[in-house]
Ligand binder design. Structure first.
Ligand code: SF4
Length: 366
């Protein structure tokens, strides 16, 4: 096998006559990576029976979700909505219910919107064109590249955090991967080394390397097919790269969650159509940590005729930039106030998507 040419250190200064920045990846990266991939490819649900629809759904699902967690969701989603037409025709609640627990629900809502566009504008076929894919709701540069290459064999890079880490290490890039210019530079550098005959496998191979070998804290360089051309490895500084952007501190928000019960049913309300957890169902809650008296007063103000209250524990849920610190009160009510939807356990299981943020309280009811 031809050895790849050595990687040069990352140069992120603008190239003469070009707007974008330049990074140089091993010239024959594909020649080293593809034979390794052929021997190490994992059997994953979305790699069986590959269709553009399955690739697209899996790529959306795998954003911010671990492979192991996504497998079961993917199989259930495909069993319920096996075609893009099925997804377009489904109710939003059905789609959100299939997504329940995965988080980042805007992914599911955009998937649903995009399916309608694909049916109305493309006769139910995902477009084999990166610009048209990029124009679909919820499809960014990464997903457009992944679908274009894996589903349609186009030499379009898909640059996510794993891929950025590999590129930053291969080139010992001193610049932050949070810098848009660095990302653009690596996308162009990858484009330059894409094989035209196995574009989809190359995309999958780079991802696979990032998920199984070039891991964030413990890269297994001894098992890496690119070790001979990796600048970070040559310097013994693998974990110095990538240079990460500074993290914004998370905001902490105290909340009180109400398990309001009336004759075996519990109150739910629907969140607004925009913003955090948009369109999902939740147990009534307010900002701040309420005492028992305050919680009873709130339930009375909602018109529920509260009879008794019992504490039902504290829970924390962490979003990307926000932490909910929740205090729970379980309150028996004499009146099923109309402002809420009063649900049985079966309703919550089958019909109402309730986000994982409320799991600690939901399990107490069930
Ligand atoms: S040699 Fe090590 S650091 Fe470099 S790409 Fe391979 S696993 Fe990552």
């Amino acid at each position: 096998m031809k050895r790849p040419a050595a990687a040069k250190p990352c140069d992120m200064s603008p190239a003469p006559g070009h707007d974008t920045t330049v990074a140089v990846l091993p010239e024959d990266m594909a020649g080293a990576l593809l034979p390794w991939y052929d021997g190490h490819v994992r059997d994953l649900p979305w790699r069986r029976d590959v269709t553009p629809y399955r690739v697209w759904v899996s790529e959306i699902m795998l954003q911010q979700t671990r492979i192991e967690a996504a497998k079961g969701y993917f199989d259930r989603f495909m069993a319920a909505l096996p075609t893009v037409e099925d997804l377009a025709a489904a109710g939003e609640e059905t789609v959100l219910k299939l997504w329940e627990g995965l988080g980042y629900y805007s992914r599911a809502r955009n998937l649903h919107k995009a399916a309608k566009v694909i049916v109305s504008q493309y006769s139910g076929q995902l477009p084999a064109d990166v610009k048209a894919l990029r124009a679909l709701p919820g499809v960014g540069d990464y997903t457009a590249g992944a679908v274009a290459s894996i589903a349609f064999g186009l030499p379009e890079p898909a640059v996510d955090g794993n891929v950025l880490r590999i590129c930053a290490r291969l080139t010992a890039c001193p610049d932050s991967i949070g810098d848009a210019k660095v990302k653009t530079g690596f996308r162009e550098a990858l484009r330059a080394v894409y094989p035209t005959d196995r574009a989809g496998d190359f995309t999958s191979a780079v991802m696979e390397l990032g998920e199984t070998v070039c891991l964030p804290g413990t890269p297994d360089c001894a098992a890496c097919p690119l070790a001979g051309t990796c600048a970070a490895h040559a310097q013994g500084r693998e974990t110095d790269f990538p240079v990460m952007p500074e993290k914004r501190p998370r905001r902490s928000q105290p909340k009180t969650v109400f398990l309001l019960e009336h004759e075996g049913r519990a109150a739910l309300s629907k969140r607004p159509d925009r913003g955090l957890l948009a369109g999902l169902w939740e147990f009534p809650n307010v900002d701040g940590a309420l005492t028992e008296d305050e919680a009873m007063a709130q339930a009375a103000a909602w018109g529920c005729g509260p009879v008794s209250a019992a504490p039902c524990g504290e829970a924390v849920h962490i979003f990307t930039h926000l932490e909910w610190h929740m205090t729970g009160w379980r309150i028996q009510c004499a009146i099923p106030a109309e402002r809420f939807t009063w649900t049985t356990a079966a309703d919550r299981r089958h019909s109402y998507p309730v986000p994982a943020a409320f799991r600690a309280y939901r399990t107490q009811l069930e």
